[in-house]
Design a protein around this ligand. Structure first.
Ligand code: SF4
Ligand code: SF4
Length: 164
């Protein structure tokens, strides 16, 4: 590096040029936000006021589907999802209906805190009863709260929705 280059670097340091350039960049964006109307170049998502668009194939909160007409669960209690899960976090219990000889679902639990959302359970389900949805708000205050029971799985999470 020549003496001109060294002098240039020295002067940039003395006069805090890099710092001022950085501040000017920040202020430019702040000014853009403060203007009325939509900001032009705003990269920070204003969550939760603005909800992000997740990818179409995003795998999030589990849901146990029900038949919309009869209100009955689609789950046939075959236990394949529980067997497919590498984390063994799904527990399905059922009783045998003596008349029809079919299994009837009694409880279904799903520990979301241990789930890696790989989708193997969803793929294993022969009747599309278990589905990983695009809901992404799974936070909970307790470990117990992360274990979803049948009702929670059927009704889905109900996070607080903030509006502008
Ligand atoms: S998504 Fe994967 S880890 Fe989660 S319950 Fe299904 S199989 Fe198990
Ligand atoms: S694989 Fe599907 S039908 Fe079988 S127990 Fe799981 S959710 Fe129910």
């Amino acid at each position: 590096m020549g003496s001109n280059g060294r002098l240039n670097r020295f002067l940039r340091k003395v006069f805090l040029v890099d710092l001022l350039e950085g501040m000017w960049l920040t202020l430019r964006y702040d000014f853009a936000v403060a203007r009325p109307g939509k900001p032009k170049e705003l990269y920070t998502e204003q969550y939760p006021k603005e909800r992000p668009q997740v990818a179409e194939r995003y795998r999030g909160a589990p849901r146990l589907n029900i038949n919309p007409e009869s209100g009955e669960t689609l789950c046939i209690s075959c236990d394949l999802c529980a067997l497919a899960c590498p984390e063994h976090l799904i527990v399905v219990t059922s009783v045998r209906d003596e008349k029809t000889r079919r299994k009837v679902l009694t409880t279904f639990s799903y520990d979301t805190s241990r789930c890696m959302f790989c989708g193997l359970c969803e793929d294993a389900c022969p009747v599309d009863a278990l589905e990983l949805t695009q809901d992404f708000e799974l936070a909970n205050y307790t470990r117990e709260g992360a274990i979803w029971d049948r009702q929670m799985l059927e009704e889905g999470p109900r996070p607080t929705r903030y509006v502008r």
